[in-house]
Design a protein around this ligand. Structure first.
Ligand code: CAO
Length: 262
């Protein structure tokens, strides 16, 4: 009879906003019209462009249990460097390592979609929820950074984003994007490509769920959904799926990731 195995040690405390802690109740006495401005205006421009791109969607689930159990040690080691360590630095690095195998996903296309440019740098954009709205600064040259350096840079961008002080340089030059919607609480998403990039991934909340182990027993697993969107004019579904498989393998087996990390 299948046995229920022990629950893995640390359950990630996903900050699910069940009661919208920052939201205030607003009761308008009459209709109010306001100009679309700031980051929202930039979002209008970017999304108009994005909607000209045929999006291909692909989802999978990633078993994060090994990484979840490893994170307390990673977090403690990073603290010694004054760095706050979430799952994102490992996810960002795993993407970069998978992009080394599928460089067509770290590319840009021109407006007429006649040329594709394979980008040398892995400048991974991170969708960030800030007091001023959505911004997508990027961690530059991830292919040359350690996971700790990625964490350090993410900390810097998050601190600047919270203060509304991200620079044009922080926001320019992205080559591939990730959106950790799970930081707020969802699982699946339908991310929208940031042109001229050709792919983006949405990360869902890590949840503790029952899964079958190889011997047929039921185990408590930490599961994270990932949802990809790719520009179907230049990326086919098989490429997106193979890339996702590589990234998934790195996250599920951090030891294998460590071996192949430069
Ligand atoms: N599953 C489980 N736990 C998660 C998680 C997830 N998907 N995402 C974050 N957490 C945990 C972190 O590990 C951290 O835990 P500890 O406090 O124990 O260290 C805590 O939640 C806070 O994380 P964080 O949000 O400060 O940091 P992050 O690196 O995980 O994410 C950022 C950074 C900028 C991606 C995130 O804060 C954010 O803004 N996400 C929203 C993105 C968004 O708005 N997307 C929509 C774009 S389209 O409109």
């Amino acid at each position: 009879k299948p046995a229920v195995q022990e629950v893995p040690k640390e359950a990630p405390k996903a900050p699910v906003e069940t009661v919208a802690p920052r939201a205030q109740t607003v009761l308008l006495a009459e209709d109010k019209t306001a100009p679309v401005s700031g980051f929202t205006k930039a979002m209008v421009k970017a999304m108009k462009l994005s909607m000209t791109v045929p999006h291909f969607g692909y989802c999978d689930e990633i078993e994060m249990t090994t990484l979840v159990n490893l994170r307390p040690a990673l977090k403690k080691s990073a603290e010694a460097f004054g760095v706050k360590f979430s799952y994102m630095p490992v996810i960002i690095k795993a993407c970069s390592m998978a992009l080394l195998q599928y460089p067509v996903l770290n590319a840009s296309v021109d407006a007429a979609c006649e040329n594709i440019t394979y980008k040398a740098s892995h400048n991974i954009g991170i969708a960030m929820d800030t007091p001023n709205g959505l911004v997508v600064p990027n961690v530059k040259q991830v292919q040359n950074l350690t996971v700790l350096e990625v964490a350090q840079e993410l900390n810097r961008l998050q601190a600047l984003g919270a203060r509304g002080q991200l620079t044009a340089a922080d926001l320019a030059g992205g080559t591939f994007s990730l959106s950790n919607i799970g930081a707020i609480g969802g699982t699946y998403a339908k991310p929208v490509i940031v042109p001229p990039e050709v792919a983006i991934g949405a990360i869902g909340r890590i949840q503790k769920l029952p899964r079958f182990a190889a011997d047929g027993s039921v185990v408590a697993a930490h599961v994270m959904q990932v949802s990809w969107s790719a520009d179907h004019r230049v990326i086919d579904g098989a490429t997106m799926a193979r890339f996702s498989n590589v990234m998934k393998a790195f996250l599920e087996q951090p030891a294998a990731m460590l071996l192949q990390m430069k």
